[in-house]
Design a protein around this ligand. Structure first.
Ligand code: NAD
Length: 486
């Protein structure tokens, strides 16, 4: 399949189910990471556009959108899921061109987008409260109501999936949303907004203001008309968003990435481990919050394991979306430079490359390609051992025993996902319970997978839960109703 896409000029901002020119008229060029070439432009929305979008969302809540039943909201979400399936080929091409990811990855992403809407469409009318025993003569019930207007600030690594992941539960619970997609990649979110209008969402239920983070994003997170903020991105911006939300006394969820370990004991199924370890770091060129970016290996199999991993790792190859290889480029020249600078610092401190994947012949020289890299001799307290690279870079480290494995796994400020591999089920469960993360896999690893599985971080990885039913509760206001009936 060819991923050349023809794009209309910047469409503006999506408010009240219509494209409107942004107030400033400025635009941002969109580059294809695989070629470095301009493939389109988006509007540079800013505070004035955000204000219009928030007002439109509020009108929707007070109007047609707010009057829909939970079942009707669910039907709209399900219909949107079907429209995503109907437009899958188009969306796959857009996502691949916009992010540079291999076509098979882009297709898996689009399947997941449809599944988010299907899942939350089915869930919309299944969230209900309790009755609580209280004093004689009282009936007490809890109700789940919309929070109001919610802001969804999403990143560039999975533009389509992030749109589905954050909007699915927000809309299921009856909130009206204002989305700020990432300026590096957001063509699929813009198209999904159009499909939502086609599905029948009333005007104002879904509004999208593309633009720069420090302009549109900052204005949205600080807008006094916002009742909740869902943010995914860097810890630094997460802190700014949380501060802005605090000033308005509203809640937020933060999903800020990780340095997720896979802990490998000598008695594990090593063939399965090797496959999983390679896949978990090259998926999306390592630009996945839950990328398995550390492999921690019991010392008595260290040499053999590293040799086998080196053999497999060296075969991993980066290419363009059309080549459809193991991974694509990273998102931008800036990210490539940031990664290379971090690796130069690590190598100066003694980190050693044990395996290097390839960049396929024939990739455009202007593309933002970084080969997969496997490092050892990485100090436990070093930047490379503790900080997120957000690129196809895996760190291998040995551990001595179970206690050491847990200490090493927990030895970063992050706490998003972990994998524990062992043939001893009791030990695997012990370790799985001691790692301080929001999601742990035993004898498996799923970077980002599982729409049904509650997902989110501890420590610097953020707080709040997305996905699964938990996301619905995050995006609802619980009201306790106390009725005295005598
Ligand atoms: P970022 O945090 O700058 O951007 C994420 C989103 O926040 C984008 O939509 C952006 O426009 C918006 N934003 C930026 N500044 C803002 C502000 N002041 N107020 C409100 N919104 C703002 O992330 P990035 O620069 O694109 O990437 C930097 C690093 O963040 C990456 O290297 C990676 O470590 C991490 N990251 C993590 C995830 C994840 O899934 N957890 C995703 C993308 C990036």
């Amino acid at each position: 399949m060819n991923v050349t896409v023809k794009l209309p000029p910047a469409k503006g901002v999506f408010i009240d189910n219509k494209w409107q020119p942004s107030q400033s008229g400025r635009t941002i060029a969109m580059l294809a990471p695989a070629t470095g070439q301009v493939i389109g432009a988006i509007a540079a929305g800013e505070a004035a556009d955000v204000d219009l979008a928030v007002k439109a969302a509020r009108r929707a809540l007070d109007g047609a959108w707010g009057r829909l039943t939970a079942t009707e909201r669910g039907r709209l979400l399900s219909r949107l899921g079907r429209l995503v399936e109907d437009h899958a080929d188009e969306l796959v091409k857009l996502e691949a061109a916009d992010t540079g990811k291999p076509m098979k990855q882009a297709r898996a992403d689009v399947v997941a987008v449809a599944r988010y809407f299907e899942y939350y469409g089915g869930a919309a009318d299944k969230v209900h409260g309790d009755t609580i025993p209280f004093l004689d003569g009282y009936l007490v019930t809890t109700l789940y109501e919309p929070l109001g207007v919610t802001a969804q600030i999403i990143p560039w690594n999975y533009p389509g999936q992030m749109f589905g992941r954050t909007l699915g539960p927000a809309l299921a619970m009856g909130n009206a949303v204002v989305v700020k997609p990432a300026e590096e990649a957001c063509l699929v979110p813009l198209r999904l907004a159009e499909l939502a209008a086609e599905a029948g969402f009333p005007a104002g239920a879904i509004n999208v203001v593309p633009g720069l983070g420090e302009e549109a994003g900052a204005a949205l997170s600080a807008h006094p008309g916002i009742d909740f903020v869902s943010f995914t991105g860097s810890p630094e911006v997460g802190a700014l968003v949380q501060t802005a939300a605090a000033r308005n006394h509203v809640g937020c969820t933060l999903e800020l990435g990780g340095k997720s370990p896979q802990v490998v004991f000598a008695d594990a199924d090593l063939d399965a481990v090797l496959t999983s370890v390679c896949a978990a770091i090259v998926q999306n060129a390592g630009q996945t919050c839950s990328a398995g970016s550390r492999v921690l290996v019991e010392r008595r199999i260290w040499d053999r394991f590293l040799a086998d991993l080196t053999t497999r790792f060296s075969k991993l190859t980066a290419g363009t979306p059309e080549m459809d290889l193991d991974l694509g480029p990273v998102i931008s020249a800036g990210q490539k430079k940031r990664i290379e600078a971090m690796l130069a610092r690590a190598e100066a401190a003694g980190a050693e490359v044990v395996a290097r994947g390839a960049i396929a012949d024939g990739v455009p020289a202007e593309g933002f390609f970084v080969p997969p890299l496997l490092y050892r001799n990485v100090g436990r307290d070093s930047e490379l051992a503790r900080d997120e690279v957000f690129g196809p870079v895996l760190v291998a480290m040995p551990f001595d025993d179970e206690a050491d494995a847990v200490a090493l796994a927990n030895g970063t400020d992050y706490g998003l996902v972990a994998g524990v591999w062992s043939g001893d089920g009791a030990r695997a469960i012990r370790v799985a319970r001691k790692v301080r993360v929001g999601q742990v896999f035993v004898n498996g690893y799923g970077a980002g997978g599982g729409i049904e599985l509650p997902f989110g971080g501890m420590k610097k990885s953020g707080h709040g839960r997305e996905k699964g039913f938990e996301a619905l509760y995050e995006l609802a206001a619980m009201k306790t109703m106390v009725v005295k009936h005598g």
